[in-house]
Design a protein around this ligand. Structure first.
Ligand SMILES: O=C(O)C1=C[C@@H](OP(=O)(O)O)[C@@H](O)[C@H](O)C1
Ligand SMILES: C=C(OP(=O)(O)O)C(=O)O
Length: 425
């Protein structure tokens, strides 16, 4: 196994580093462009594992996707998705897997949606049940991928669905995007009014509108999607706000000045809200509600280890069903750095701040569970503490393939070595 060990820079990190394009917006735009008839040019796009799996799946369904440069996709759809010859393999890309599960209902014939061993543990039954209640034949025998969806080449047969989005807002986004491709309006009704990361639904509806769809907000918990289909368009994608959190963290922890090219209040993605909280470092609030900025929680939790006072993270239960159980992974990683640095209480995470950690050297090998956000967050701890090794650093390729290069461009030195230690998980 490869481990990456960072040498704490001992100086403030300053310079210009732009995060790559937003994963969430790129995968929405790819799908919507693929459902449209005609050519769309997507600029500022992310090219990483998650978006390349989405692009490849669209190609397998007859959409022409070309990549004229490092940040552009040109997508040419025919207005229909064809039945792929093989199962669609989507790695551990939650967005691609969930969005394509609903879009597969538009195909004439069976489509199998599958992913890697991590994705095969991530729940998808609420979405499968929602498709069934819309009159679509769908099955996922384990409750997780692989999923088989048998569409008839039309839109959803029924016009209304109630969806439980407690485990993932992506189920709602997936239904919303596919719903515009039928012959009648579809009401998508949230079971209970609560939904983590509501901001991702807003990202979905605004991307849909950019591609010509009409989504009516009937009430707080009901969206009515009109049968407009999608119109090919040129679309620019903003930088990734979750990726930005690592750069904000590096700046705050080292007292530097990193110009990421986009002010925090200009992002439309939910994770940009993390900036306001992070900017209070080293006086972070005693309680942080992560429900509307979930992917930023590992970043803030690592920052909290250096805070003046302890921090309790609440509203983060669904971090347990992300790329790994992130509550457990962050707690284990912090305890690896210093015994007792964090603990779990139900689904809350408590980080016992210890500003004296900065400047120390420890012997800590961080199990990233192959989760990009665990790797990127713990790299921040390694900016202040010597002796931290990040296991499987290549996992950042899921959303930020140039992450290690970005840190190097700010003057961070690291070494990679083959280690005898195997991850325990
Ligand atoms: O819709 C999206 O683009 C996303 C929604 C969130 O997931 P859940 O809805 O599963 O919480 C987030 O964690 C994920 O990285 C991206
Ligand atoms: C949860 C994440 O990804 P996804 O659900 O899209 O796999 C993430 O990027 O943090």
């Amino acid at each position: 196994m490869i481990e990456l060990t960072i040498t704490p820079p001992g100086h403030p990190l300053s310079g210009k580093v732009e995060p790559p394009g937003s994963k969430s917006i790129t995968n929405r735009a790819l799908l919507l462009a693929g459902l449209a008839k005609g050519k769309s040019r997507l600029t500022g796009a992310l090219k990483s594992d998650d978006t390349l799996y989405m692009a490849e799946a669209l190609r397998a369904m007859g959409v022409k996707v070309t990549e004229p440069d490092a940040t552009t996709f040109v997508v040419e759809g025919t207005g229909v998705l064809q039945q792929p010859e093989k199962p669609l393999f989507l790695g551990n890309a939650g967005t691609a897997t969930r969005f394509l599960t609903a879009a597969a209902a538009l195909v004439d014939g069976a489509v199998i949606i599958d992913g890697d061993e991590h994705m095969r543990k991530r729940p998808i039954m609420p979405l499968v049940e929602a498709l069934r209640s819309l009159g679509v034949e769908a099955d996922a025998p384990t409750g997780c991928p692989p999923v088989t969806v048998c569409g008839k080449g039309t839109g959803f047969p029924k016009g209304s669905v109630t969806i439980d989005a407690n485990l993932s807002s992506q189920y709602v986004s997936a239904l919303l995007m596919a719903a515009a491709c039928g012959d009648k309006p579809v009401d998508i009704i949230l079971k209970g009014e609560e939904i983590g990361a509501k901001g991702y639904i807003d990202l979905t509806t605004s991307a849909m509108e950019a591609f010509g769809a009409r989504v009516e907000r009937v009430s707080n918990a009901i969206w009515r999607v009109h049968p407009t289909g999608y119109t090919a368009t040129d679309f620019h994608i903003e930088p990734d706000a979750s990726a930005a959190t690592y750069l904000w963290g590096a700046e705050l922890l080292t007292g530097g000045a990193i110009d990421i090219g986009t002010p925090a209040d200009r992002f439309t993605q939910p994770d940009a809200k993390a900036y306001e909280v992070m900017a209070q470092f080293p006086h972070l609030p005693a309680e942080i509600d992560g429900s509307q900025m979930q992917d930023a929680i590992p970043t803030i939790a690592v920052l909290a280890a250096f805070n003046e006072t302890p921090v309790r993270f609440v509203g983060i239960a669904n971090l347990r069903v992300k790329e790994c159980d992130r509550i457990r992974a962050v707690s284990l990683g912090l305890n690896e750095i210093r015994d007792g640095l964090a603990h779990e209480e139900g689904d809350d995470l408590i980080v016992h701040a210890d500003p004296a950690l900065a400047g120390q050297t420890v012997n800590a090998s961080i199990d990233t569970f192959a989760d990009h956000r665990i790797a990127m967050s713990f790299a921040l701890a390694a900016l202040k503490i010597g002796g931290i090794a990040i296991q499987n650093p290549a996992c950042v390729a899921k959303t930020y393939p140039d992450y290690w290069k970005a840190l190097a461009s700010l003057g961070v030195d690291y070494t990679e070595k083959e280690s005898a230690a195997e991850p325990q998980h």
